[in-house]
Design a protein around this ligand. Structure first.
Ligand SMILES: [Zn+2]
Ligand SMILES: [Zn+2]
Length: 183
């Protein structure tokens, strides 16, 4: 059964005494978790596993957020994926506006914006299929993780530009030949 607001925790009971704690594990779909390089796949359900504690003026939330991500490797363009596991430690207060602290409205702590912010901050912008991905050959385009192509890089044009600036040899010789006999 899917509740409409899986990340909402009622905290009226919890807030009766400062220091009271409550463990919660909430999971659900959150739309729009993407960045230019990767995203949380459609249908995937990020998890918040946290401890809520009543503090003066609000509720602190400490724990972990987990979410799968998928994207294209920035070097070889094949699918890349992984799982984010993020430590979170946030405060919900009656005056919260989502900037310094999250809002506590009608005795409800909504963990969804916390999960959203944590995931959006850490989604890989430039994912790799693996840390030592060899990428595509810039000359023939083969995936160098799978194939050896034998293409060689052409001479670097910056070096040929330096060659052209070399002082002609005859000039160097004439300078050194002026010293004998001066002492
Ligand atoms: Zn790759
Ligand atoms: Zn090649």
């Amino acid at each position: 059964m899917r509740s409409g607001r899986p990340f909402v925790v009622l905290v009226a009971q919890l807030r009766r005494a400062v220091g009271t704690r409550q463990h919660e594990r909430r999971q659900g779909e959150i739309e729009g978790l993407d960045c230019s390089g990767s995203s949380v796949p459609e249908g995937a359900t990020p998890v918040a596993e946290v401890v809520l504690e009543a503090v003066l003026g609000g509720v602190s939330v400490t724990g972990a957020v987990r979410a799968p991500w998928a994207g294209a490797c920035r070097r070889c363009l094949t699918p890349a994926s992984g799982v984010l596991t993020l430590a979170v430690r946030e405060l919900y207060t009656d005056e919260g506006d989502g900037e310094e602290t999250y809002p506590l409205v009608d005795h409800e702590v909504d963990l969804e914006p916390l999960v959203r912010d944590a995931v959006l901050l850490e989604l890989p912008q430039a994912p790799l299929c693996r840390s030592d991905c060899q990428g595509l050959c810039p000359f023939c385009g083969v995936n160098r993780n799978d194939e050896v192509c034998g293409c060689e890089a052409p001479p670097d044009p910056r070096w040929s530009a330096l060659d052209a600036l070399r002082v002609p040899e005859g000039r160097v010789e004439s300078e050194s030949s002026s010293s004998p006999g001066s002492s």
